[in-house]
Design a protein around this ligand. Structure first.
Ligand SMILES: [Zn+2]
Length: 142
């Protein structure tokens, strides 16, 4: 009886763990692919120049930076092209994205309404996986 119970718990454990892992990996793969699409689209559109310091960027220095960072942005902003611009390593990593300069440049290029729209998205929530799949399909055509 005891052995049987032990097996049952073991079976439940073995059943749940691989399932969880599998879905996490699939989601990670979608996000990796989506990020590559974002990079391709934004570098094609804005060129190999840092959006905040205007220096040319290449190789490992070619970052894609978030205006509203991932730590506060949520799913609607993480892969939102309006929220992403090419940046150098220094601006994106060392200077934490250069938020103030980023804001000034976006204001100059796109206007206040454009920025307000991004901040509204920050407060909204969606089912991330559905959104990411939809964006991936959309971005592949760009
Ligand atoms: Zn820079």
């Amino acid at each position: 009886m005891q052995a049987k119970r032990g097996i049952t718990i073991y079976e439940i454990f073995m059943k749940k763990t691989p399932l969880k892992r599998k879905s996490k990996t699939a989601n990670r793969k979608i996000q990796d692919e989506l990020w590559q699409e974002c990079r391709r689209i934004q570098f094609k559109k804005y060129g190999d120049v840092c959006y905040t310091c205007k220096k040319p960027i290449q190789g490992a220095n070619r970052h894609l930076g978030h205006f509203i960072p991932n730590s506060v942005g949520g799913a609607l902003l993480r892969y939102n092209l309006d929220n992403l611009r090419p940046q150098c390593y220094y601006c994106n990593i060392n200077c934490g994205g250069q938020g103030a300069v980023f804001y000034r440049e976006l204001l100059k290029d796109e206007g206040k309404k454009f920025i307000d729209k991004l901040f509204i998205l920050k407060t909204q929530t969606v089912k991330a996986t559905d959104l990411y799949l939809k964006l991936l399909e959309e971005y592949k055509l760009l």
